[in-house]
Design a protein around this ligand. Structure first.
Ligand SMILES: O=C(O)C(=O)C[C@H](O)[C@H](O)COP(=O)(O)O
Length: 204
């Protein structure tokens, strides 16, 4: 799979934070039931790698990836656990090297034209804009599309169901990332039907 194919899996890439590994499979199944076919599980909690492993083994209907990849070792560990793509909030060179070497699609994070140009120079054209709403939102992406039309973005950070459409209508946006499909309260209470309902209500 190429990074562009990853971005084409759906207009919303759910960003999921889990405190309990046993929640991973039901959350993934709830998203699949709502029509979602991909999920970014963040490496922010100690259970993240186990959670990725469980989803990779038990939920064939979802393309599972790792988010919050901030070190080269995490890129390697996530792929060993079964992550089929990698997402990072930033793009330090050593991390981009490791993500490229991992041989799965990856979305390095940028928030400026200079960072985006550094990645373009090494042939990386699919990027995460982070933190999207804080660094300029749709206006920034529209401005970047002029001088850098080769780039395709998955903006993430502060995007809501209400603002997602403003991003998705842009020529250089393929999908948006967001945590709103899996709110901590619904995950903690095991409200899988509630997650399915949020997934169904996402922009299509
Ligand atoms: O974990 C990462 O790799 C990140 O870069 C941060 C996430 O993209 C945001 O935390 C998304 O969360 P919301 O803003 O709640 O939608």
């Amino acid at each position: 799979m190429l990074a562009l194919d990853l971005l084409g899996l759906g207009p919303v890439l759910p960003v999921v934070v889990l405190d309990r590994a046993e929640d991973a499979v039901p959350v993934a199944e709830a998203l699949v039931a709502g029509g979602v076919t991909t999920m970014e599980l963040t490496l922010r909690t100690p259970v993240a790698l186990a959670a990725i492993e469980a989803v990779a083994a038990k939920v064939p209907g979802i393309v599972i990836g790792a988010g919050t990849v901030v070190s080269p070792g995490q890129a390697r560990d996530a792929v060993s656990a079964g992550a089929r793509f990698l997402v990072s909030p930033g793009s330090p060179e050593s991390l981009v090297d490791a993500m490229a070497a991992a041989k799965v699609p990856f979305l390095p994070g940028v928030s400026t034209a200079t960072e985006a140009m550094a990645l373009l120079a090494r042939g990386v054209t699919e990027l995460k804009l982070f933190p999207a709403s804080a660094v300029g939102g749709p206006a920034l992406l529209r401005a970047l599309s002029g001088p850098l039309p080769q780039l395709t973005f998955c903006p993430t950070g502060g995007i809501t169901p209400e603002t997602a459409g403003d991003y998705l209508s842009l020529s250089n946006v393929a999908c948006v990332g967001g945590s709103w499909l899996t709110p901590p309260g619904l995950v903690a209470s095991g409200d899988w039907a509630g997650i399915t309902a949020l997934a169904r209500a996402r922009p299509l």
